[in-house]
Design a protein around this ligand. Structure first.
Ligand SMILES: [Zn+2]
Ligand SMILES: [Zn+2]
Ligand SMILES: [Zn+2]
Length: 254
């Protein structure tokens, strides 16, 4: 399987509109971070999106994404959801309904705020044609095991996901003890690393490194970073087998 990091930015993206800091002014493409989302490509060709951020259209054009077969939602903050309308491009190409998987709170939110996207297939494809399903526990998608990983994001309960030997945990303030069993034997861990200073709803760099050393994946990549973290400066500080993610990075896993 392959993961493509579509975006590794925080809610504002980097560069931040109107900001003159060194990261935002940097010409290094690895300091250009669109909003956080990833794409899993299966050996059988299906594409599974994790979240639909507001940069989905540009990410799909950049990575030449031709189909989306399912979406796993972590939660419904705007930076993870508001590109949902861009899924209609794939409904049009595929002439099929796309299933969305999320926890109950996220499905309820999508029904309330984006109810117009939840449509049965018919002859009209100018709107998204989506179906939202509540998930609670591990399930199979295109014969691949998908495990929701409960994590805390401030006061809300959200999902990370384990897909095979990869785990994707964005927007984390705390990983509950009961979730560590689900994170054993990982090849790749993608983990929230907002910035150096602390934040009420996200782990900072120190907390992220502490979880990384406890989880002990073969390789760990930091995602959901603000402009406080300049790519080269951050990379120079990281221990072996820990890396700063960047938009467009592709990794393979089993
Ligand atoms: Zn976020
Ligand atoms: Zn900046
Ligand atoms: Zn969030």
């Amino acid at each position: 399987m392959q993961i493509t990091l579509l975006g590794v930015g925080s809610s504002a993206g980097t560069p931040v509109v109107g900001c003159n800091c060194a990261t935002c002014q940097s010409s290094n493409s690895r300091n250009k971070r669109s909003r956080c989302s990833s794409l899993i490509t299966l050996p059988t060709g299906e594409n599974i999106l994790i979240d639909t951020g507001p940069d989905l259209r540009n990410q799909a054009l950049r990575e030449n994404i031709k189909r989306v077969d399912a979406v796993l939602y972590t939660h419904t903050h705007a930076d993870h959801l508001h590109g949902i309308d861009d899924l209609r491009a794939f409904c049009q190409i595929q002439r099929s309904q796309i299933p969305l998987f999320a926890n109950q709170d996220a499905v309820t939110h999508i029904q309330n705020k984006f109810g117009y996207t939840l449509r049965e297939p018919c002859d009209f494809w100018d709107l998204p044609v989506l179906r939202a399903e509540v998930i609670h526990q591990p399930f199979q998608l295109f014969n691949i095991p998908i495990t929701p990983i409960p994590v805390m994001h401030g006061k809300i309960h959200i999902f990370g996901y384990r897909i095979g030997n990869l785990a994707y945990l964005t927007d984390v303030s705390e990983i509950p003890e009961s979730s560590f069993d689900l994170l054993q034997g990982l090849d790749i861990l993608l983990l929230d690393c907002l910035r150096e200073t602390s934040h009420p709803t996200h782990i900072n760099m120190e907390q992220s490194l502490s979880y990384i050393s406890r989880i002990k994946a073969k390789q760990s990549y930091m995602i959901h970073m603000t402009h406080d973290l300049e790519y080269e400066t951050l990379s120079a500080k990281l221990p072996a087998h820990v890396f700063a993610g960047y938009d467009g990075l592709k990794l393979t896993f089993s």
